[in-house]
Design a protein around this ligand. Structure first.
Ligand code: PLP
Length: 405
């Protein structure tokens, strides 16, 4: 077998993106034992670091091993008992994912929908809460499938008024868009590393409010092989997943350090480095950087005579959706960019399939050279495919954004 030698791609799609070099080197750090005090010290450090990332005082802030959907699944399967009502406002592919996971957990799921490219008003969500009276509101913040950013700041207060648990999947938005767990009164949040945090996929940081933890503690259960006399089972039904049983995972991350899975040490090193990277840069600065490069990409795309997709008032900073011009073959353009220029841009799903491309500027790739290189290459490929534009206008537009910053 040949040695691993992937081509040096520039990943300018909706994620994953190229990792920060320091995150990559953290991943190759030597392993230590699960209960080594150095390791448990790192686990505690990671909890503290992600409290800062999530802007929360929640004690229960930790990592779920697995990609972002592992975090979603852990949060939902642990709080949903069969027959519980869950409300999912769907504005893209990942709202449907929350619906799917809640249904599999046995929930009676109610959805409301807006067309892809739009978001919900607080009134639309409140009306649905009044009608459905759900136990949980589950909502995506930034849906990469549409590039839209759902405002969450008014929803926590509404949820408290109707005694609803408020959960958000902020996988694609955290780090590059404002997020306030405590201020916005969220009860559970899950994310991933592979977007604005600039890491690989494979670890899902989550944070849980006291209210959420108290609720799932009623379903507490300790496996027979490690149970002691002082462990009492909770009164509510047992959580249907062992791997994603949050009370058991909390026992592992908590003072008792009760054995559950073997923590994915290399991913913990990565998650730790991603958080340190964000905190050292400063969250406000990191959001400003994503805003700047996202704007440069959007203005540059317009200079290439491409039309932007979706409600621009509610766009994520880190992904730009553009309509594929009618006279070109979208997949052919993407494959030429990949083959000739080593640049990956995103296709799209569902109702947008074949209609838009998604250009990401996030994490390590929220950089001027990455934006300009992508625009220049896209211009060349589009021009050769017969797309009409004024040569140079894409780059000029982007440079203007940088000059006026
Ligand atoms: C908003 C959102 N949620 C969930 C996911 C699923 O993430 P993963 O593929 O890491 O499980 C993604 C991935 O793109 C996402 O953008």
């Amino acid at each position: 077998m040949k040695r691993l030698n992937p081509p040096p791609r520039l990943l300018m799609g909706p994620g994953p993106i190229n990792c920060y070099p320091r995150v990559l080197s953290a991943m190759s750090t030597q392993l230590i034992g699960q209960y080594d005090p150095v390791m448990t010290g790192y686990m505690n450090e990671v909890m503290g670091l992600y409290r800062q990332v999530f802007k929360t005082d929640n004690k229960a802030t930790l990592l779920i091993d697995g990609t972002s959907r592992a975090g979603i699944e852990a949060v939902l399967v642990s709080c949903i008992e069969p027959g519980d009502k869950v409300l999912v406002p769907v504005f893209g592919r990942f709202g449907h994912l929350l619906q799917e996971i809640a249904e599999r957990a046995g929930a009676e799921v109610h959805t409301i929908e807006v067309p892809w490219g739009e978001v919900f008003s607080p009134e639309q969500v409140e009306d649905a809460i009044k009608r459905v009276r759900p136990k949980v509101l589950a909502m995506v913040q930034g849906d990469t499938s549409t590039t839209m950013l759902q405002p969450l700041e008014h929803l926590g207060e509404i949820c408290r008024r109707y005694d609803v648990l408020f959960y958000s999947d902020a996988t694609a938005s955290i780090g590059g868009n404002p997020f306030e767990t405590d201020l916005w009164q969220l009860d559970a949040v899950s994310v991933g590393l592979q977007k604005c945090l600039g890491g690989p996929s494979g670890s899902a940081p989550i944070t849980l409010s006291e209210r959420y933890v108290e609720l799932v503690r009623q379903r507490h259960h300790v496996e027979a092989g490690i149970r002691s006399e002082h462990h009492k089972s909770g009164s509510a039904s047992r959580i249907r997943s062992n791997y994603f049983d949050i009370p058991m995972i909390l026992d592992y991350w908590g003072e008792e350090r009760l054995n559950h899975h073997t923590e994915a040490t290399s991913m913990l090193y990565c998650a730790r480095e991603c958080a340190i990277n964000l905190i050292e840069e400063g969250q406000e600065n990191c959001i400003a950087r994503h805003t700047l490069h996202g704007n440069a990409m959007a203005q540059g795309a317009m200079g290439l005579n491409l039309q932007l997709f979706g409600d621009q008032q509610h766009k994520m900073t880190n992904v730009v959706g553009v309509y594929i011009p009618e006279n070109v073959d979208g997949e052919q353009i993407r494959s030429q960019l990949l083959q000739d220029f080593n640049i990956e841009i995103g296709t799209s799903f569902g109702p947008l399939h074949g209609k838009i491309w998604r250009l990401g500027t996030m994490g390590y790739n929220a950089r001027k050279d990455a934006v300009l290189h992508t625009l220049q290459s896209l211009e060349t490929v589009l021009r050769r495919a017969g797309h009409k534009m004024s040569p140079g206008e894409g780059i000029d537009n982007a440079l203007e954004v940088y000059q006026s910053a």
